[in-house]
Design a protein around this ligand. Structure first.
Ligand code: PLP
Length: 414
């Protein structure tokens, strides 16, 4: 099997002009990976800057409600900027320094990866440009606000559908013209080699910690590990702690959106509706139509609303090592409410997919099952979406009142 392939998936389908840049990145990554001091430096940075190791919290009330089953939550929500994204961007930031580059670019949909990248750039003293579809800029103002405060230039992309895939095109265009001093920070375990492998490596810190912690706290390995899957980076992160333990079942939960019957979801594998294709530099299972055009996807969680999936996870599924399920928007909102009320933890909508998948299956698991749910991020970042998904009337009144104040201020000025 050639480098960068995972079974039938992966590869590097990139324009000729980027070959040298990818070769340089691959070399930097492989050299860093072979250098134990690099990993120690990375772990030290994450310890000091991002609060690692994140705790493995025993979910006492959820457990009590499920007999002798014991449920643990891996708290990636406690990272700097509130999600596992910090692990990946800080790791890539250290590589940028090793390569001697001074600028980073990224594309972002909902804005979380943009905020994480801008944070890393601020911390490591790098110039930063974030590409974002003009529609997403309008929808995700709080994240745009923070990226700009962090010193990043946010460029609204007005071509095409003015969303994430157009932002990807613009970021690629930038990179082709700036690769001498610029690194493109990819946010998930997708794209051309070495990104899937490299991002998974940085995220493996989650699984390494979780394995040690569950052995300490339970004296044995878990029976089941649940993680949500957008591109697949948080899932790859935690799964890597248990890949070599066949007794540990690994479950990836995708966005079931409005249900798997139509196309209003982003379930590539559990829906059985994806086909193998090559796009955005790599080969994987994509949701595409009969002509090979990428379909529009839907999820209440912006971070799971993605048309492809990590080639590593596609392969692990094909090998029968990872089972895939989907949770609908309705199940996800219910799971979020349950986690908030019973554990006092506010999960991101993305992470709530993993919670929903586990909650659905818990009553059927063996009586003394030990379960880990990877909580990839915290939900207060999603307050606008969550309040809307919950239909919170008091929140809507608050927004209306703020809007009225701003409208009056504008009226006075003009
Ligand atoms: C909190 C959170 N969880 C999960 C995801 C999905 O990404 P991945 O599948 O790469 O972990 C995102 C993406 O934005 C996210 O913000």
């Amino acid at each position: 099997m050639s480098k960068g392939y995972f079974g039938a998936f992966g590869g590097a389908y990139i324009p000729e002009i980027l070959h040298e840049t990818f070769a340089q990145l691959t070399l930097a990554y492989e050299t860093a990976r072979a250098d134990e001091a690099f990993w120690r430096h990375y772990i030290e940075l994450m310890r000091n800057y991002s609060g690692r190791p994140t705790p493995l919290t025993f979910a006492e009330n959820l457990s009590l409600a499920h007999g002798k089953r014991r449920i643990y939550i891996k708290r990636e929500d406690l990272n700097q900027t509130g999600a596992h994204k910090a692990n990946n961007v800080m790791g890539q930031g250290l590589l940028v320094r090793r390569m001697g580059k001074t600028r980073v670019i990224a594309e972002t949909g909902a804005g979380q990866h943009g905020v994480a990248t801008a944070t890393m750039a601020a911390r490591l003293g790098l110039a930063c440009t974030i590409y974002m579809g003009a529609k997403d800029v309008a929808r995700q103002r709080p994240n745009v606000f923070w990226m700009e405060q962090l010193g990043a230039t946010v460029i609204p992309v007005t071509s095409g559908s003015q969303t994430l895939k157009d932002a990807v095109n613009e970021a690629m265009r930038d990179w082709v013209g700036s690769m001498d001093n610029t690194h493109y920070v990819l946010g998930t375990a997708c794209g051309a080699h070495p990104f899937p492998e490299m991002v998974s490596w940085f995220q493996s810190v989650i699984g390494q910690e979780a394995r040690v912690q569950i052995l300490e706290q339970e004296g044995r390995l878990p029976d089941h590990v649940y993680a949500c899957v957008g591109g697949g980076s948080n899932a790859m992160g935690i799964f890597q702690g248990f890949l070599e333990d066949p007794q540990v079942e690994l479950i990836g939960v995708e966005a079931g959106g409005l249900g798997l019957a139509g196309h209003n979801h982003a379930s590539r594998i559990a829906s059985g509706k994806s086909t193998v294709g090559i796009a955005q530099g790599y080969k994987t299972c994509f949701l595409q139509d009969e002509d090979g055009q990428m379909r529009d996807t839907h999820s209440v969680a912006a971070g799971l609303d993605y048309v492809g999936v990590s080639p590593i996870l596609a392969d692990l599924h094909q090998q029968g090592r990872v089972r895939f399920e989907a949770a609908t928007d309705v199940e996800v909102v219910e799971a979020l409410k349950r986690m908030v009320k019973s554990e006092g933890i506010i999960p991101a909508l993305e992470s709530s997919h993993a919670v929903a998948g586990a909650l659905r299956e818990l009553p059927q698991l063996k009586e003394d099952a030990v379960v880990i749910i990877n909580l990839s991020g915290r939900g207060d970042k999603d307050i606008f979406t969550i309040a809307e998904a919950l239909g919170d009337a008091k929140w809507k009144t608050y927004i209306q009142e703020r809007a009225a104040i701003y409208a009056a201020e504008q009226g006075e000025r003009s």
